[in-house]
Write a protein that binds this ligand. Structure first.
Ligand code: G6P
Length: 367
């Protein structure tokens, strides 16, 4: 296929900017915006009969699944076991017949994810796959395909596929909540309305690009970066660190904010930027207190928050990136955009090959 970069310097930049549109297409496949309901037939799995989800994926798709775990457990009260596919495939995890095996993959060809899928199939489980390439091997071998409509993703570091995977996972968690009776019709309407607002908030997030580019210029001078988050922002901390190391080659680590004192705090000094992902949600106060611990050791704080969070935090940060306030359920999707832009612009300042980072492949079809 032939895809052009248009006016963009890199495919990655183009794909970051496409997100409001492709998220909107993806959501429309699952949600009926006019009725404020999950689209009939969009989730052809009887979640009321599922007692556990066994999920696995690799790389960025794994972090999408990790956010999905929080949503399924909170909205649908459905437990999710999730693991990287290279571990899952050899773990011989006890699986019950009422488990749904769920895989997440942009390409639908990643060797370890495919092997995990085949293992679950052998065990007699029903297979659901969230996949971007409809003609892929995983799509063919699944009982249920949940498409992401991100369009072809060329940049090796995944961006738009990730936010589309999250959009599908959030929609499925709402569908599951409905079928399992853990949310009311009114809550379904509210959640569907909130999800429908993602493209608008994503467009607003893109407007922060000039500020983020300025921060990235400074970030490109450092050797190590720590990312912290709690709740659904925890997988985002992992994804932020992955994105930065993949394309800028700067060493980065993502941590659950509460784990700071169990190790990474020892690394913090005046040369260590700490990126704190903290929307003003139910985890905010706790995350901010971890941020203060990092700041007290000299860490240079980059706080990504919303207007309410910025007002509530009295600490003088190195930089604060302020998003509009938004419903809690959509924060992991919208907050991904500043995190991607930060990695992208840092890599551009470093002069790396952003779309084709060294040693990495778009699709890893060997073990
Ligand atoms: C590679 C890519 C990543 C991707 C991962 C999983 O490592 O560089 O961007 O997240 O594979 O790929 P998949 O196609 O299964 O989502």
């Amino acid at each position: 296929f032939l895809v052009s970069k248009g006016n963009h310097r890199h495919f990655m930049e183009k794909e970051i900017h496409e997100q409001p549109e492709v998220i909107s297409h993806t959501l429309a496949n699952y949600l009926d915006f006019s009725k404020g309901m999950i689209r009939a037939g969009a989730a052809p799995v009887d979640f009321s009969k599922v007692d556990r989800i066994a999920a696995s994926a690799c790389g960025t798709a794994y972090y999408a699944g990790l956010v999905g775990k929080y949503w399924f457990e909170h909205i649908a009260r459905l437990p999710v076991d999730i693991d990287v596919a290279s571990e899952f495939r050899y773990r011989e995890m006890p699986l019950s017949k009422n488990s749904l095996a769920l895989f997440v993959s942009q390409s639908g060809e990643t060797a370890d994810t495919l092997a995990s899928l085949r293992y679950c199939k052998q065990q007699g489980l029903s297979i659901g796959t969230i996949v971007n390439v409809k003609e892929s091997t995983m799509a063919r071998e699944s009982n249920t395909v949940f498409p992401t409509l991100a369009g072809p993703e060329v940049g090796v570091a995944s961006t738009k596929a990730f936010t589309c995977q999250l959009s599908v996972l959030a929609s499925l968690a709402v569908a599951a909540g409905k079928m399992r009776g853990t949310i009311t019709d009114e809550e379904e309407r509210r959640l569907v309305r909130e999800l429908s607002e993602i493209p608008r908030y994503a467009t607003q997030a893109l407007k922060l690009e000039a500020q983020i580019e300025g921060i990235s210029r400074e970030l490109s001078q450092v050797k190590h970066v720590l990312y912290l988050g709690r709740g659904t922002s925890y997988p985002l901390a992992l994804e932020g660190a992955l994105k930065l190391k993949e394309i800028s080659y700067i060493h980065a680590e993502g941590y659950a904010a509460g784990e700071l004192k169990h190790g990474p705090i020892a690394l913090i000094d005046e040369s260590m930027p700490v990126i704190v992902i903290a929307p003003h949600d139910r985890w905010f106060e706790k995350t901010i207190s971890n941020m203060q611990e990092a700041a007290a050791r000299g860490g240079k704080i980059i706080l990504i928050t919303d207007e309410k969070g910025a007002a509530a935090s009295t600490l003088k940060t190195w930089h604060t990136i302020v998003l509009p306030e938004m419903p809690e359920v959509i924060t992991p999707i919208v907050y991904t955009l500043p995190i991607q832009m930060l990695a992208y612009h840092t890599a551009v300042f470093m002069g790396t090959d952003v779309d084709q980072p060294r040693n990495l492949a778009k699709s890893v079809t060997v073990e």
